[in-house]
Design a protein around this ligand. Sequence first.
Ligand SMILES: NC(=O)C1=CN([C@@H]2O[C@H](COP(=O)(O)OP(=O)(O)OC[C@H]3O[C@@H](n4cnc5c(N)ncnc54)[C@H](OP(=O)(O)O)[C@@H]3O)[C@@H](O)[C@H]2O)C=CC1
Ligand SMILES: O=C(O)C1=N[C@H](C(=O)O)C[C@H](O)C1
Length: 268
Amino acid sequence: MRLVVVGPAGRMGCMLTRAIPDTLGVRLVAAVEREGSPAIGADSGAAFGQAPNGVPVTSDIESALSQADAVIDFSAPAATVAVAKACAKKRVAHVIGTTGLAPEELATIAEAARETVVVRSGNMSLGVNLLAVLVEKAAKALGPGWDAEIVEMHHKMKVDAPSGTALLLGEAVAKGRGIDLAEHSARGRDGLTGPRKAGDIGFAALRGGSVVGEHTVIFAGMGERIELSHRAEDRGIFARGAIAAALWTREKAPGLYSMADVLGLSGA
Ligand SMILES: NC(=O)C1=CN([C@@H]2O[C@H](COP(=O)(O)OP(=O)(O)OC[C@H]3O[C@@H](n4cnc5c(N)ncnc54)[C@H](OP(=O)(O)O)[C@@H]3O)[C@@H](O)[C@H]2O)C=CC1
Ligand SMILES: O=C(O)C1=N[C@H](C(=O)O)C[C@H](O)C1
């Protein structure tokens, strides 16, 4: 399978260009950075501290797509929306790891998924997607009488909050309770907030240092507490998940899929 990586200069982009040559059945055919990036024209391996791979960095998404079967995209919301439209036009599969997407951007991606296969997930790891299954079951079993709080910590360079994973886990709580997350989420408490609103799903985001990604879902009852956690120790878990998602898109009908679909966890 011929792959394009969007954002090869980034933390995740580097992991991908390193992991692709080690993975059977895939090869890198293009690496796309923004127009004006100083990396344009440089070798997308050598420029970012890896072995040369013979694939120069380009900003030309259209010609990158003309030689590709799938795009793996861990970049930024505006870039991902533009790539989604281009993938839809060329019927190239789009694996989206980018987080921090606004509702209208998610709607554009859903529209693109009418034309091509799109896999989008706030977290591409097996561990987090299994955790989401467990969280949904716990939320269903415990009911809204147990207060759900989601705490995440990431490195100091992360630009969006709550993390995509925290939102994915919040969706799992909401699904377990049979409610809409948007109507029950409490973000960033500060000042005289008053007592906790019954049924809220709370989010707290910590940032610092080089933390790859840590998430805990706390179910707080009266006199007892359950905590379900995941700690990412290496970004390779996200890269390997994204490559597995790209391979999975082969022969799939157009549509918007999740990592749970890829991992066979949907309905688990
Ligand atoms: N779903 C998952 O499992 C995971 C998701 N993520 C998410 O992936 C995204 C990227 O994370 P990370 O690698 O840490 O971030 P980085 O900032 O390190 O990398 C993003 C890269 O994308 C590039 N980029 C931005 N705009 C464009 C564009 N228009 N065209 C091409 N390239 C562009 C950036 O270039 P420039 O510097 O010039 O802007 C940069 O090289 C984030 O949203 C993050 O939350 C991260 C890890 C796992
Ligand atoms: O930006 C990151 O680094 C990460 N982003 C994803 C998120 O927003 O949850 C996944 C992972 O936690 C790392």
